[in-house]
Design a protein around this ligand. Structure first.
Ligand code: GDP
Length: 533
C-alpha cells in the first residue's frame, strides 16, 4: 500500500476554484468536433498523449463504439475530456451531435457550469441552436457564444448580433470583433484592449498558434479599411451598451461573443482564455431539500449519464458522475443514495472516446466514469459520510411510443435484463401496465432514433432480438392513481406507469386530451417537461 497522502493541500474548495466544467453545444455541423479537437490541441491533455487524434482519426476517436453509430456517422456517446490550461483544469463534456439524442445533451447540461454555443457564420441560429439556448436559459447556465467558420462566406457580423439578441433575448457582448468580412478573415479586434490579433494561415490548421498580436497603429497600416471598419463597428456596439458585464453574464442576461475558425485553430486560444477568466467555477450544488452542500463537505456526486457496451471486449457498464463536493479518491467506498448500499470505486476512470485511464483523485466539477456500475441509474446520488440527495434529473415528455416484444420466447431473461438496463440508462423510457404485462412493455422516446439504438442493443448486447410495434400515441401527460379509471373509460388513451411509479396518460392527439379534460375536469392531467422547447 502506498503511504502517500491522497489529498493535496487546499482540498476541494481550492481545487474546485480552478475547475471550469463546460460543454460545447450547437446545431449539428457547426463545428463542435472540430472545435473540441482544436481545444485539446491548445491545451495539455492531462496524463494522456494522443487521446484526441488528428483529423484523419477524428471520426474514429469520439464515437465508434457502436456499429450503428458508424453506419450513420453520428456520435451518440458522451464522455469528458480533461486538460490543463494556464492554472486551470478544464473539463470539457462531450454531447451527442444528433438532434434525436437531445435528451442526452440536456442531461449533460445538468453537469456543467457553463456552455459554449457554436454558431455557423453562414447559417446563423438554427433549430437546435434555439432549443439549446432555451435549455441553458431554463437551467441558468451562462453561455459563451462562438461564431465559427468566419473563414468562409457568411452573414454580416452586426446582423448576426441582431439575430442573437432578437431571437434569444440574450444581449451579445462581443469580446472580439472580426477584421474582414466572413470569407475574408484577417483577424480580430480584441475589444478588451483595442489590439489586433492577426490570423496567420497555416497549412491544414495543424499548428497551435496561427495568431500574431499587433497594436492598433500597426493593424491600421496593415489592414487599412478593414481595420477601420472593425473599429467603427466595435464603437457602434459600445454605443449600444454591448460591453461585457460579469454579473449580467452569470445571470444569463448577456452572452460574450468570439469570432473563430475552428478548422484553422483561430480564436481557440481566446476561447480558452475566456473560459478561464469568465466562466464560473463549480458552486455548491443545491440538494433536493433546497440546501446547498458546501464544496468542502464530504464527497458527493450525481450520475448524469450511464453507458454500456462501449467496448465489445469488455461488456461493461459505465456510470458518469459529476462531483459536487469533497475529494474523490479512487478505492473509497461511498453510499449509493437510492439503495443505501455501499459502492466501491475501485475502478474509476476518465473516458474520452475509446481512451480510458484510472483516476486517483478528483474534485468538484470533475467527471469520473465508474466501471461495473450496474446498480447506478441516471440521476442517482453517491455520497460519503454525510447523506445528501440531489434532485432527480428531468425526464422529458416522450413523443413516440412502441410496444416491444422479444422475437425469441426462450430469451425472456435476456429480454427483461436488457429492457431494465435501457430504462435505467435513460436510453428509452419503459412504460408498463397490468393490461400489457411484463412481456410487452411500451417504450417511449423523444427522438425516433432512440428506438434504433434500443433495438440494436437488445439484439447485439443482450442477445434478445426484439420486435417493435409502433403505437399511435403522440402525447403523454402526468396523472395519478385516482384518475386512471376515468381516463381509460374514454377511447384514444391508455394509462401506463414509469419505473418510478409515476402514472402517464397517453393520447393519440392533443385534441383527444383536451376533450377529456373538458368533459372530466376533476381528472389529473399535467404536462411533462417538453424536450422540444
Ligand atoms: P459538428 O457536427 O458540429 O461536430 O461539426 P464538425 O466539427 O464535424 O464540422 C462540420 C464540418 O464543418 C466539417 O466538414 C468541418 O471540417 C467543417 N468546419 C468546422 N469548423 C470549420 C471552420 O472554422 N471553417 C470551415 N471552413 N469549416 C469548418
Amino acid at each position: 500500500m502506498s503511504a502517500e497522502p491522497l489529498t493535496v493541500a487546499g482540498g476541494a474548495r481550492v481545487e474546485a476554484a480552478r475547475r471550469r466544467t463546460f460543454a460545447v453545444i450547437s446545431h449539428p455541423d457547426a463545428g463542435k468536433s472540430t472545435l473540441t479537437e482544436a481545444l485539446a490541441l491548445h491545451a495539455r491533455v492531462i496524463g494522456r498523449a494522443g487521446a484526441v487524434h488528428g483529423k484523419a482519426g477524428r471520426r474514429g476517436t469520439v464515437s465508434d463504439w457502436m456499429d450503428l453509430e458508424k453506419a450513420r456517422g453520428i456520435s451518440i456517446t458522451s464522455a469528458a475530456l480533461q486538460f490543463e490550461y494556464r492554472d486551470a483544469v478544464i473539463n470539457l463534456l462531450d454531447t451527442p451531435g444528433h438532434a434525436d439524442f437531445s435528451e442526452d445533451t440536456y442531461r449533460v447540461l445538468t453537469a456543467v457550469d457553463a456552455a459554449v454555443m457554436l454558431i455557423d457564420a453562414a447559417k446563423g441560429l438554427e433549430t437546435q441552436t434555439m432549443k439549446l439556448f432555451a435549455v441553458c436559459r431554463h437551467r441558468g447556465i451562462p453561455v459563451i457564444t462562438v461564431v465559427n467558420k468566419w473563414d468562409r462566406p457568411g452573414k454580416d457580423a452586426l446582423e448576426l448580433m441582431d439575430e442573437v439578441s432578437e431571437r434569444t433575448g440574450l444581449t451579445p457582448t462581443p469580446l472580439t470583433w472580426p477584421v474582414g468580412i466572413a470569407g475574408d478573415f484577417r483577424g480580430v479586434l480584441d475589444r478588451t484592449d483595442g489590439t489586433y490579433r492577426r490570423f496567420t494561415r497555416t497549412a491544414g490548421g495543424a499548428t497551435i498558434a496561427p495568431e500574431e498580436g499587433l497594436p492598433a497603429g500597426a493593424a491600421e497600416a496593415r489592414e487599412g479599411e478593414e481595420w477601420t471598419r472593425a473599429v467603427e463597428e466595435s464603437d457602434l456596439l459600445a454605443a449600444t451598451g454591448a460591453a461585457h458585464d460579469q454579473e449580467l453574464f452569470l445571470d444569463g442576461v448577456t452572452t460574450p461573443v468570439l469570432f473563430a475558425s475552428a478548422v484553422s485553430n483561430f480564436g481557440v486560444g481566446a476561447l480558452l482564455d475566456t473560459l478561464v477568466d469568465l466562466a464560473p467555477p463549480p458552486a455548491p450544488r443545491p440538494a433536493a431539500d433546497g440546501a446547498a452542500r458546501d464544496l468542502d463537505a464530504p464527497f458527493s456526486a450525481f450520475v448524469f449519464k450511464v453507458q454500456s457496451g462501449m467496448d465489445a471486449a469488455h461488456r461493461d457498464r459505465l456510470a458518469y458522475i459529476r462531483i459536487c463536493s469533497g475529494v474523490f479518491e479512487r478505492g473509497m467506498v461511498v453510499t449509493h443514495g437510492r439503495t443505501g448500499r455501499p459502492f466501491a470505486t475501485k475502478y474509476a476512470q476518465q473516458v474520452f472516446g475509446r481512451e480510458r485511464e484510472s483516476v486517483d483523485l478528483a474534485y468538484p466539477g470533475d467527471v469520473v466514469g465508474l466501471v461495473n456500475a450496474s446498480a447506478l441509474g441516471v440521476g442517482d446520488t453517491l455520497y460519503a459520510d454525510v447523506p445528501v440527495t440531489y434532485p432527480p434529473l428531468t425526464t422529458f415528455a416522450p413523443e413516440h411510443f412502441a410496444v416491444v416484444r422479444s422475437r425469441e420466447t426462450a430469451k425472456h431473461k435476456q429480454f427483461r435484463r436488457g429492457i431494465e438496463q435501457l430504462d435505467s440508462e435513460g436510453v428509452v423510457q419503459v412504460l408498463r401496465s397490468d393490461r400489457r404485462g411484463d412481456q410487452a412493455p411500451v417504450l417511449a422516446v423523444v427522438g425516433p432514433m432512440q428506438f434504433e439504438v434500443a433495438t440494436h442493443r437488445m439484439e447485439h448486447e443482450f442477445g434478445a432480438p426484439v420486435h417493435l410495434e409502433p403505437l399511435g400515441y403522440s402525447l403523454a401527460m402526468r396523472t395519478d392513481a385516482e384518475s386512471v379509471a376515468g381516463i381509460t373509460a374514454s377511447s384514444g388513451t391508455e394509462v401506463v406507469q414509469r419505473s418510478n411509479g409515476e402514472f402517464l396518460a397517453l393520447f393519440t392527439t392533443k385534441w383527444v386530451m383536451r376533450v377529456l379534460r373538458e368533459n372530466k375536469p376533476h381528472l389529473t392531467l399535467e404536462p411533462l417537461v417538453a424536450a422540444q422547447l
